[in-house]
Design a protein around this ligand. Structure first.
Ligand code: SAH
Length: 217
């Protein structure tokens, strides 16, 4: 009991000190971040750091993103609740849970099978039943269920993967870090009447997106 209470307070504090002051305004995003137990998505030894203002290792040389970055990317997707969302880079599954709270259906792709299995198990324990998982190269998208109203890529890419642009619905949004191997710019692409409108949301640091339309391993 006491532990749970502590985390609820930690979440409230995270929202009040890390998200709101930096400009996250979407109430549904703030509510989801206040609700979801981020501590469940990190290994036991790091639980005490789960709500800190930085990324954390999740094994296999990958990381769970900083809370602010999760909120920023989610807000940029402008979800209303009826969307099909494609996520590339399931990792811990934390961002997946946020998306599952805010959208109709989430299709999530992870290239490291062990991470996909871990995320699937914790998200089942948390009773999410609107998420489909796939262990695959997400730079190819997930053709079977296209088009997607929103696509989020949580690993840094050298360029915009063409299959992801192709799998966007009319009016759809793609959020993806692009640039070099160690630093990138967060890019939002909106598809309007066959045109792709770009917006730069600022600098960021992600692990590499590895695949046919990403980096070589
Ligand atoms: N949203 C996750 C971020 C994990 S880090 C979280 O907060 O936990 C990025 C993830 O992208 C890693 O798990 C990595 O294995 C995965 N990844 C990298 N290239 C990929 C690809 N081509 N397809 C699918 N997943 C990929």
């Amino acid at each position: 009991m006491a532990r749970k209470l502590d985390y609820r307070l930690a979440r409230e504090k995270m929202v009040k000190s890390q998200l709101i002051p930096r400009g996250i305004k979407d109430l549904k995003v703030l509510e989801a971040m206040e609700k979801i137990p981020r501590d469940r998505f990190v290994e036991e030894a790091l639980v005490g750091e789960a709500y800190n203002d930085h990324p954390l290792p999740i094994g296999h040389n990958q990381t769970i993103s900083q809370p602010y970055i999760v909120a920023l990317m989610t807000e940029a997707l402008a979800l209303k609740g009826d969307e099909k969302v494609l996520e590339i880079g399931t990792g811990s599954g934390y961002q997946t849970a946020i998306l599952a709270e805010l959208a109709y259906k989430v299709y999530t792709v992870e290239r490291i099978r062990a991470l996909m299995i871990g995320a699937r198990s914790i998200l089942a324990q948390l009773n999410y039943n609107n998420i489909l998982f796939k262990a695959f190269d997400g730079t190819l998208g997930w053709k079977e269920y296209e088009p997607y109203d929103a696509i989020i890529v949580t690993a840094g890419s050298p360029k915009l993967p063409q299959p992801l642009l192709d799998q966007l619905a009319e009016g759809g949004r793609l959020i993806i870090p692009t640039g070099g191997r160690s630093t990138q710019e967060l890019i939002k692409v909106t598809k309007r009447r066959g045109n792709y409108i770009h917006k730069n949301l600022g600098g960021c640091r992600f692990v590499n997106l590895i695949g046919v339309h990403g980096w070589n391993e």
